[in-house]
Design a protein around this ligand. Sequence first.
Ligand code: ZN
Length: 497
Amino acid sequence: MRTPQQACTSRPNTKPRGRGGRQPATGPAPVFTMVDRQHTARHSRRSDADVVSVMIRRIFTLLAITSLWASAAWAAPANIENNGAPHHVVDLVFIAEGYTVDEQDTFLADATQIYDGLMKSAPYNALRPLFSAHAIAVVSAESGSDHPATQVERDTAFDSTFDSNGISRLITANTGEIMARANAQMPSYDIAILVVNDAQYGGSGGAIPMVSLHPKAVAILRHELAHNLADLADEYEAPYPGYPPGDSEPNVTKQLDPVPWKSWVASDTPVPTAMAAATGPYSPIGAYEGARYQSKGIYRPAPSCLMRTLSAEFCPICAEAMILSVSGDSATIRGHQPAGSQIACVAGLCPMMSLTVTTQESVEVTWLLDGNAVAKGLEWTPPSTLVGAHVVVARSFDTSPLVRDDPASQLFESRQWQLTITGAPPPVDAAPADLFVPPIDTQPDAQEPTQPDAQEPTPPRRASAAGGCGASPWQSTPFGLLPLCLAAIVARRRRVL
Ligand SMILES: [Zn+2]
């Protein structure tokens, strides 16, 4: 399970990200290119004077940011959806770009709409309780974004622009300033997303996914976040010169015997798998050649996937990887009682034990006593007959049918208690009315039937006259309720007397 510090710093900012900015082979074009790289490239064409000017402006911007931060002039991030403490969830933070002071309410509505669309799509919908979303309002002097190809320039907070590297749909911006703003206002954020107030189709991936307000913004963000969340590779083949070689991502491989997703491959599916063998966009799962900016020598799991084209859904392998990764980076168990890990109690008086878990319907809780499953559900109380020292484990498990392989046990969480129970268990049969035992020397009346009436329930098993201390340790006597052995002794005494 993730720690808060891991949550807010490591994933988006340290993993290398590079997404080809070229048109994929089929369908609408994803628009991802390493943002820092593109932004640097865009500014590298400027003159030295321009560079100095930019540096001076950035210094003043940094001073302004520091000053504003110190004076707490920024509004607190707004909650779009809060599903738990930062160390329990993946915190998405939407940041405004190109929204004027009069458009901040519009920004919140736009960010909320994009987030809702994202969380209604698979597999995000299965993971929604593991996410929280927030919005950071940032005021730009002008509305919109730059479009150099048409000589449109806007004075905006993060200097965003379309037409990056000559690709009209490729949006870039000053990621350093975006990260600084996110860190200043919400240090616990996991992934920052820039919402660009412009309706033209566009976006980009990388450390800071960026989307415009085009209707395909949600599809773009679904794809981009999959890079950030699960380290998924692009599955399209358009070359990305200079991108590091390899096949470390969970949805691509150069290894065919076996493929990493072998549990999804039917025994009668040939590997590698020809496109002619496809029976649907995501079946059969096999090894289709062409992925990760190469057409040869590297394989993807399915004929199609959202990591290959925006018009598709995620293939089963990508969906599985996302569920495992998000589950591993968040917490299903949100609380437990008793709070401590040591419980000392008296037999029959031990407290009920309970877990609080997220609202995912696929999550089940099993209780284990000394390693043996004894109950299912959110609560369990030690039985009154239990004494001695025991280990109790409450284990949550996401039974999602979208996952077949969980080698790192990321769908499991548990809480453990050391349970020490003292004292003898209370009497098992303590109801006097049911415990009459005939006197030892009483003989059956010859007139009475020797067999119980068939209409009456079979009487409880009695202690035998010969044994005395039989199945029931108690019996009623003219002197009240006595332990059976004592009653037997009294009876014998009376007979002797
Ligand atoms: Zn895929």
